[in-house]
Each structure stands twice: as structure tokens, then as C-alpha cells.
Design a protein around this ligand. Sequence first.
Ligand code: MG
Ligand code: ZN
Length: 348
Amino acid sequence: MRQLSILLAVLIYAECNSQENLPNIILLIGDGTGLTQISSGMYANNNKTALESFEYIGLSKTHSFDQLITDSAASGTAIASGVKTYNRVIGINPKNIPQKNILEICQEKGYSTALLATSSIVHATPASFYAKVKSRYQYQDIALQLSEHSLDLFIGGGKTHFIKRRDKRNLINEMTEYEFVNNLDQIVNNNSKKMAYFTYMEEPPSRLEGRKPALEDMTSTSIRKMESLGKPFFMMIEGSQIDWAGHDNDMKYLLSEFKEFNRTIARVIEYAKKDRNTLVIVTADHETGGLALSGGSLKKNTVKGVFSMEGHSATMVPVFSYGPNAEIFKGIYENTEIFDKMLMAITK
Ligand code: MG
Ligand code: ZN
């Protein structure tokens, strides 16, 4: 009996101890951000990028279940849930079975969770971390699913999908657990556990057009909020419009969006270096525009890009990792393995 109770005590201790040691995960997704987007942003930024402080680099194969060229729904689902699916599908596998995603698995392990995007919060990439829909364009269904989800914090555009609805429901009124705020300061100076900040009614404008707040400030504030909740946290941060600049074949737009994403990565790394128990992963869902870096000036920090298409390309995209278990992200693998590796990082 005494031996049994000692064994039990040891087991309980081990369990508590492993809970305490669970790492935070901050996943940054640069939508449409291939190696050329990174190279262009780096040369245009005095030949520097925050990605240089990462410890390990891998390459991810981005194809969807049946197409060489993925869209952001299938690739978002691959990263979030570890399954290849059809383009346009979010959170559901090819056999029509809804999948649990990494954010939800983290929640079950007691994590706090947050999603930040420079698009609307119902757009394909962030939606891949809470929604299960056959089409990424079912924005009102996606909004409804978010309203019923137990996410702790989200910041992004798209308020309209929550209040101007065919079913006449006002989801914001229904989300009674949430405190809705109008600026970042209100997130920090608030004891409410669940919070949301709609930055824009529709899709946010570009950074060049004056989008506010800056993604790096959204990030710093959200990290402070997550820390105040006193539990490990999972956060996905999307630089959404690098992809839109690629679709527009607009280099100036692309560079300004990438620079903001780069400043955001710098903030996250700064935090991770201090915290010492935060796994940081930076990757892309696919490349956009088939961009080639065809010229420029090293002295003037200018770059000349040539796009070969207006859609996504099938090239592999880099995965940068830093922190506990970062080494498992090196090598060449399917995008679904990013999910597998994140899962491994919080279970081993
Ligand atoms: Mg996206
Ligand atoms: Zn795209």
C-alpha cells in the first residue's frame, strides 16, 4: 500500500511537472511567402531579416489532396489539422470527416489560444484554426462557428459577417463570454478572459493604405494578454496580405506587407529568447505570383521582382523554427507534418 502511494505520488508529480513545462507555440504564417518574397524583403531591408536568428530551417511541400497547386484553405487545413484535403475546404478531410486542429488540441491540454490576422478573421488561414466548412467562402457559417468556439482572443477584420446576416442573428450580442474592444490598450487593461477586437468591418486595407493597428503591436499586446492568463498558450499570427500583393503582382505592396511581418517576427523572437519555453515556427501556406528576384541595387536597398503568374505556385516553402523542439522542423516534408511536429512538441 505504501509503495503504491509512493508510485502514485511520483506519477502525479510527473504529470504536474510536464504540464508546467509545456511550451508556448507561436506559429507565424506569411500567406504566399516563398523564398523569393523573403529574399526581396530582406534585400530591401538593408540585407537583413529577423529570420536570421532562427535555429533550424526546413522545406514544406504545399500541394493539396488532389492538386499540385494548393489554395489557402487546403494548406491552412494541412498545417492546422495534419490532413491533405481538397482546395477550398477548411477543417474537413477528403472523406468528409471534420478534423480536430492543433489549436483545439492545445486547448484540451489547458492552453490559452489566440488568432491574429491582417485579413478578416473568417478568411481561410485563420478559419483553418477553428472552422470546419466545405467552402472557405461560407463566411457567415465560419463566423457562426467562431462565435461558438472557445478561442480566448482574436484580432482581425470582418465584423460584418457577425452582424449583417441572412439569419438576422447578431453574433456579437450572442457572444456573451467575450469582451469586444476597439483598441489594443483595452486588451491589456482588462480582466475579462475572452476578448475580441474587430479591426475593420470588412477586409482590412493594405499597410500602404494605412491599415492599423500594426501587426507587431497586435502581437506584443496579445503575448502580454496570454501571459496574464498564466497558462501555456498557442498563438497563430498571419501576415495575410503578402499573398494579396502577390496576386496583384505589386512589388511595393508586397515589400510593405513583408516588412511588417518581419517586424512581427522580430518581436516574437525577442519574447521567445527571454521566455526560453516558446516554440516559434514561421512558414507559409504556399508561394504566390511565381516571383523571381531579377535585379536591384545592394547599395540602394532596392529590388526588382518579376511575377510569372497571378495565382499560387507549387514551389516548396521554407519553415523556420526556434525554441524547444525546434530541431524536429528541419528537413524536407509535407505541410501536414508541421501539424505532426507541433503535436510532438507538446506531447513528448
Ligand atoms: Mg490567408
Ligand atoms: Zn492567394
